[in-house]
Design a protein around this ligand. Structure first.
Ligand code: NAD
Ligand code: ZN
Length: 342
């Protein structure tokens, strides 16, 4: 079958042919329809330090997808051939303490689809049926293909009560922008997002941000003043991985504020801990999506009118994957979809 793989320990990905995967007793075989390019795939494409230390070569990558079940193992229950599915990309062990308690997102033995094992940038993908999520009929394919990053946004944004709260989101990448839409949907008051990229800030405005602030140019404090926010933000969502953004966020939180950290900062990033201690901030690290509460919440929000479709800005046939990756690399994009059905 066709697959988009890292064949050499160097930048880029190559369209190649690999063996169709075998279906174990508890697995689903999924025929891929659409995939999306994740920031992680960009790290893999660029072959940065993290990718060099993490990605086995040769291997085909990708973990944002939607497809159709075409075969399944004899032990599988609850799925049928023809089901439209996406899947949780974190494959968990099932035997550690957190797994046994149903806190699968905290499994210490997590294996990543398209990171530690073969991925979804291929005609077919095999995953444990446990990881699959059946897509309700009213959710279109291309939205289903981005449930993974939408799930990061959902897990982070719904970590704290947002109803009537003022929310600061640092980082208007695809995940930060989707978090804007979620915060708006669930009833936040002001949703302020920061970035240094005007294209993305404009997209965030389109998706409901009260203010989208280019911190390279404009002052966040002045925006807060304009909004008559005299005390600071109630909830902060760090979605940039940028140390300056993280520090700004802490500085602009109200006392007793709640902060969720999704962005991955460089090792040994320093912050002013006095902001945390004297303000009594509550800080929570976020990894992946809750299995499977986040997935049900996503489906329910989409079915109750949340529209995240503007985040998809580019669509290509997978044969044009180079152009797709260039769009992501340019920073002038939201999500980029690659179609495998052509
Ligand atoms: P992205 O790289 O597309 O977005 C990050 C954004 O932050 C960019 O638009 C960038 O311009 C912006 N930024 C840079 N400097 C800034 C500053 N000083 N202030 C405000 N914004 C600034 O990433 P994404 O795909 O949207 O993901 C967001 C973050 O979450 C990344 O750090 C990613 O590695 C991380 N992530 C974590 C998990 C997890 O499970 N914890 C999962 C997926 C992604
Ligand atoms: Zn586990």
């Amino acid at each position: 079958m066709k697959a988009l793989a890292k064949l050499e320990r160097a930048p880029g990905l190559t369209m190649t042919r690999v063996k169709k995967p075998e279906v174990g007793h508890n697995d689903l075989l999924i025929k891929i329809r659409k995939t999306a390019i994740c920031g992680t795939d960009i790290h893999i494409w660029n072959w940065d330090e993290w990718a060099q230390a993490t990605i086995p070569v040769p291997m085909h990558v990708g973990h944002e997808y939607v497809g159709e079940v075409v075969d399944m193992g004899v032990e599988v229950r609850g799925f049928a051939v023809g089901d439209r599915v996406s899947g949780e990309g974190h494959i968990t062990c099932g035997y550690c303490r957190n797994c046994r308690a149903g806190r699968r997102h905290l499994c210490r033995n997590t294996v990543g689809v398209g990171v530690n094992r073969e991925g979804a940038f291929a005609e077919y993908l095999v995953i444990p049926a446990f990881n699959a999520f059946k897509i309700p009929d009213d959710i279109p394919d291309e939205i289903a293909a981005i449930l993974d990053p939408f799930g990061n946004a959902t897990h982070t944004a719904l970590s704290f009560d947002l109803v009537g709260e003022d929310v600061l989101i640092t980082g208007a990448g695809p995940i930060g922008i989707m978090a804007v839409a979620i915060a708006r949907h669930v009833g936040a008051r002001h949703v302020v997002i920061t970035d240094v990229n005007d294209y993305r800030l404009e997209l965030a405005r389109k998706m409901g941000a009260t203010r989208a602030v280019n911190v390279a140019r404009d002052d966040l404090k002045a925006v807060m003043h304009e909004l008559r926010m005299t005390e600071g933000f109630d909830v902060g969502l760090e979605m940039s991985g940028n140390p300056t953004a993280f520090r700004d966020l802490l500085e602009n939180m109200n006392h007793g504020g709640k902060v969720a950290l999704l962005g991955i900062p460089p090792k040994n990033t320093a912050i002013d801990w006095n902001q945390v201690i004297f303000k009594g901030l509550e800080i929570k690290g976020i990894y992946g999506r809750e299995m499977f509460e986040t997935w049900y919440k996503m489906a329910a929000m989409l079915q109750s009118g949340l529209d995240i479709s503007p985040i998809i800005t580019h669509r290509f046939s997978v044969d044009d994957y180079q152009t797709g990756f260039q769009a992501m690399l340019s920073g002038q994009s939201g999500k980029v979809i690659l179609d495998w059905t052509g």
